[in-house]
Design a protein around this ligand. Structure first.
Ligand code: 5GP
Length: 145
């Protein structure tokens, strides 16, 4: 899907927001929803999405919604750091299929990194163990300021 197009209301993240698909929730407020990536590129890979948005990518988002979203991203990055003590934290965001985007509801990735531990490939890893994801989500949510 290119940068041009229309928001599809049956995308997987829209279904998660409507409760039609399960997700391992980490954090939620009036504006953002954060949950564990089921195909994580590293232990503790979190996705942060706007709750009331039909922006497929960052280019389409309204400034106020984007402001809330990026504050949610920072809050989650801090919580991931506090919970998992990584050596670094990658924050990524892809716009359009040629850039690597595979789900067309605006989102940010928060991926903790440890020295000497390679990061998994984007959107092509194996599915995580659900119990492990739930335990990580609990650890991270306990550190949200
Ligand atoms: P994108 O490629 O659009 O930047 O990122 C989409 C992300 O969503 C990928 O990292 C992928 O692993 C993740 N993902 C795809 N399907 C699901 C799902 O059903 N649940 C969750 N939690 N993550 C998903």
């Amino acid at each position: 899907m290119s940068l041009d197009g229309t928001y599809e209301h049956d995308n997987i993240f829209a279904k998660i927001l409507r409760g039609e698909m399960p997700a391992v929730r980490v954090y939620e407020d009036d504006h953002v929803f954060a949950f564990m990536d089921v195909f994580p590129q590293a232990k503790g890979h979190v996705l942060v999405i706007p709750k009331h948005s039909s922006a497929r990518n960052i280019l389409e988002e309204e400034p106020e919604k984007l402001s809330h979203l990026i504050l949610g991203v920072q809050r989650m990055a801090k919580a991931v750091r506090a919970a998992l003590n990584p050596d670094g934290v990658v924050v990524t965001q892809f716009n359009g299929a040629p850039a690597g985007q595979t789900v067309y509801h605006l989102h940010f990735h928060i991926i903790p990194r440890w020295e000497g531990v390679p990061m998994g490939r984007h959107a092509s890893g194996g599915m995580a163990d659900m119990d492990e994801l739930k335990a990580l989500a609990q650890q991270i949510s306990a550190k949200i300021a």
